[in-house]
Design a protein around this ligand. Structure first.
Ligand SMILES: Cc1cc2nc3c(=O)[nH]c(=O)nc-3n(C[C@H](O)[C@H](O)[C@H](O)COP(=O)(O)OP(=O)(O)OC[C@H]3O[C@@H](n4cnc5c(N)ncnc54)[C@H](O)[C@@H]3O)c2cc1C
Length: 302
């Protein structure tokens, strides 16, 4: 739904009419979203309600998805993590199995907002808001996460790197919602990491965010890797040349320089109040090296 389709903001928030529904089944949510053109999914509301306050207008219908059991479930088993779309951030980064198996994902989600925000905010909201600076997205891509989407035509799966099509734009069609994420268990000597740079130490948006995952062979040589960049392009970027520079190495100095150079080259930032494009490209390379080192040490110790 485009902002111009919202109800006008000429009245105070309290006087505008919006319906609120809280279905308890996925099919119920799909039916509501399909029937009402102005419907909007409400997960934690930490983006949606702020955007309304900033003038985006009220949707005709809020569809609160937090009473749907499938969206609130979280399981870790032999196949990996199945993360319900509406599980709040705090429950995810406090989960011991998640911290152990996907520490980079846990640390990315931990960076979202304050304690209050973390009690509400969800990974689906972070992803579907489609901001290039969303902290969980580079980490999800590094972990090879898949979004499970349900809509009027049934269920489909989309890799997170293909989910966002531009700022505020996703592959979701009318009537569709994300119901859960699937993340495979990392190989025995594999791990991940995420770091970001912000002007303030917390409660700020990333100037650059970098997620790295890598897998080692029995000799400590990187056999596969992902390097994923946030906040330095219109959408999150998979820096393939940077990842390729890690493969076949034990992160020797020359390899790390190549990783940094390729990450900087892949970044396509703009100048804004958080930094110039030149600065952000440089920071991208520095962070890519740092995050790769952390992921490598974690992978070695698994
Ligand atoms: C003070 C503050 C600090 C913040 N700090 C950070 C930060 O450091 N890093 C960061 O990345 N973000 C930050 N945010 C932004 C926000 O908290 C996150 O993006 C959060 O993860 C959004 O989740 P939510 O559940 O609240 O989304 P909501 O606001 O409920 O939804 C956001 C969007 O996603 C859609 N949506 C939600 N769930 C689904 C679904 N299952 N299927 C389809 N569409 C869906 C909604 O319709 C809406 O368009 C901050 C916000 C605040 C207010």
């Amino acid at each position: 739904m485009r902002p111009e389709e919202y109800a006008p903001l000429s009245q105070p928030l309290s006087q505008r009419e919006s319906r609120f529904e809280a279905p308890t089944e996925v099919d119920g949510a799909v039916a509501l979203l399909q029937a009402e053109e102005g419907a909007r999914i409400l997960a934690g509301g930490t983006d949606l309600l702020v955007q309304m306050r900033l003038g985006a207008g009220s949707p005709a219908l809020f569809v609160d998805v937090k009473r749907i059991p499938r969206l609130m479930a979280m399981t870790v088993d032999a196949s990996g993590l199945t993360l319900g779309a509406a599980v709040p951030a705090a429950e995810i980064f406090e989960n011991e199995a998640i911290k152990d198996l996907w520490p980079g994902l846990a640390e990315a989600i931990y960076l979202i907002g304050s304690t209050q925000v973390q009690g509400r905010a969800t990974v689906s909201g972070n992803l579907c808001n489609a901001s290039p600076g969303a902290d969980s997205v580079p980490a999800l891509i590094a972990c090879r996460a898949i979004a499970v989407i349900v809509g009027p035509k049934g269920e489909r799966e989309v890799a997170i790197e293909e989910f966002t099509t531009g700022p505020g734009q996703t592959v979701l069609e009318r009537g569709e919602l994300v119901v859960e994420f699937k993340i495979p268990v990392p190989a025995p000597h594999a791990s991940d990491a995420y770091q970001r740079l912000t002007p303030r130490t917390e409660m700020d948006i990333a100037v650059v965010g970098v997620g790295v995952s890598l897998e080692l062979d029995g000799d400590g040589v990187v056999s596969s890797a992902r390097v994923v960049l946030g906040a330095v392009g219109p959408k999150v970027i998979c820096a393939e040349a940077s990842a390729a520079a890690l493969v076949g190495t034990r992160l020797e100095d020359a390899a790390l320089e190549a990783v940094a150079e390729a990450a900087s080259a892949a970044a396509t930032p703009i100048d804004d109040k958080r930094g110039t494009a030149v600065y952000r490209k440089r920071v991208t390379g520095v962070l890519a090296k740092r995050v790769a080192r952390v992921a490598y040490e974690r992978a070695k110790s698994r």
